[in-house]
Design a protein around this ligand. Structure first.
Ligand SMILES: *Cc1c(COP(=O)(O)O)cnc(C)c1O
Length: 395
């Protein structure tokens, strides 16, 4: 029987979360993911999906998923190494590697697993990892699972990075790996990969970049932040769950021995099921679409520029940048929640972000652009933002 004191304790924690205005509540979408969705019978404009290229309901991906299910079945019922590898899995791994200009890649059930499984097999206690302070939770967890010494540098602070790399070298580390997000998803800031490359070269470090919020739309042909910055990185991780159709799945791409060793040792790879054929088949088509999607990328960045300019003209406080993540800074969490509710009432779906995903007092509405939003959609949303902003005291 469950200890009732235990459940009472959990209920008290939940009450604290709620009282602090930090409770996250999920809205149920009754349609496919897209720029326009239905929630509780109402048409809503969606400004908070990671659906940057609008591929989540693309008929070509739906058809490819169906065809892969017809030819390769529904599920794998196995991890990859026992009997869970189909020709499709290897095709996708090689396709991802070719797209990113890497030797090979390895699939995971999610990028959370890719980052969680990356560090421990590659680095040991003789080694060091130097990690940006705002790296994604999955990188932080992956580093925790690894025995390498840990150094942290302030977000985007290249002089602190150099200080920490020096400290790692002075500490006698055998291999040093610098780990960073390509794009910091709460702020929409890009990592300074050129400077990171320079420091890595000066101190003989490896570089690892998590490009979840970039692959498919940043850089030439959507090859991500390294291509955008014009630099080479050693290891790239990414997701199929954002711009590349938005289903699920993650990967690590890099040099052949890195991928080969991860296939032997990465725990989320060894002990978790293979991706289903539908997802793999559709991802192959998503990459074909992405490589020829200059038009979608142009629409996405046109939308981002229009949206930023409109919000700034209305008097909202924004963070500077060019990425399709456009955070509207509010400050305290209850106010951000009230603002999100006022937008909801006006038919605009956004999400308030507050502690613990951003620091206390830095609550915000993170808006995200999508290639399939029209300028009329954005102007409708700008009017709603202005009205909701006045109503809730944000403006
Ligand atoms: C979304 C995200 C992940 C997790 O990706 P999943 O495939 O959804 O597990 C990892 N890292 C970053 C930077 C992300 O934005």
């Amino acid at each position: 029987m469950t200890d009732s004191r235990f459940l009472t304790h959990l209920s008290a924690t939940l009450a604290e979360i709620d009282a602090a205005g930090l409770m996250k509540r999920e809205r149920q979408i009754a349609t496919a993911q897209g720029a326009h969705v239905q929630i509780a019978g109402r048409a809503m404009l969606n400004l908070c999906a990671n659906n940057y290229l609008g591929l989540a309901d693309d008929p070509r991906l739906i058809a490819a998923a169906g065809a892969a299910m017809e030819s390769h079945g529904f599920g794998m019922a196995s991890v990859r190494f026992i009997c869970g590898t189909q020709d499709l899995h290897r095709q996708l791994e090689q396709r991802i590697a070719a797209f990113l200009g890497m030797e090979d890649s390895i699939l995971f059930a999610a990028c959370f697993d890719a980052n969680g499984g990356l560090f421990e097999p590659l680095l040991g206690e003789e080694d060091a990892i130097v990690s940006d302070s705002l790296n994604h939770a999955s990188i932080i967890d992956g580093i925790r699972l690894c025995k390498a010494r840990r150094y942290r540098f302030q977000n985007g602070d290249m002089s602190d990075l150099e200080t920490q790399v020096k400290a790692a070298r002075d500490g006698g580390a055998r291999f040093v790996m610098i780990a960073t997000d390509g794009v910091f998803s709460m702020d929409g800031y890009l990592a300074d990969l050129r400077e990171i490359r320079c420091i890595a070269d000066a101190y003989d470090c490896l570089t690892m970049v998590d490009d979840c919020h970039a692959t498919g739309f940043m850089g030439p042909k959507g090859r991500g932040t390294p291509a955008h910055a014009g630099v080479r990185v050693d290891i790239l991780t990414g997701t199929l769950g954002k711009a590349l159709g938005g289903a699920l799945g993650g990967y690590i791409a890099g040099p052949q021995p890195v991928i080969d060793l991860l296939r032997q040792r990465a725990r989320p790879y060894l002990f978790s099921n293979a991706l289903p054929p539908a997802v793999v088949g559709a991802a192959l088509v998503a990459l074909d679409i992405v490589e020829t999607a200059d038009g979608l990328r142009a629409d996405l960045f046109r939308n981002a520029a229009h949206w930023r300019a409109g919000l700034a003209a209305a008097g909202f406080s924004l963070l500077p940048g060019e990425h399709p993540i456009v955070p509207v800074m509010i400050g305290d969490a209850p106010k951000a929640q009230a603002f999100a509710r006022a937008l909801d009432a006006r038919g605009v779906m956004v999400s308030a972000f507050f502690h613990p995903v951003v620091p206390h007092g830095r609550a915000r509405i993170r808006t995200q652009m999508n290639a399939k939003l029209s300028l009329q959609d954005l102007d409708f949303a700008l009017e709603a933002f202005a009205a909701a902003g006045r109503e809730t005291g944000v403006l």
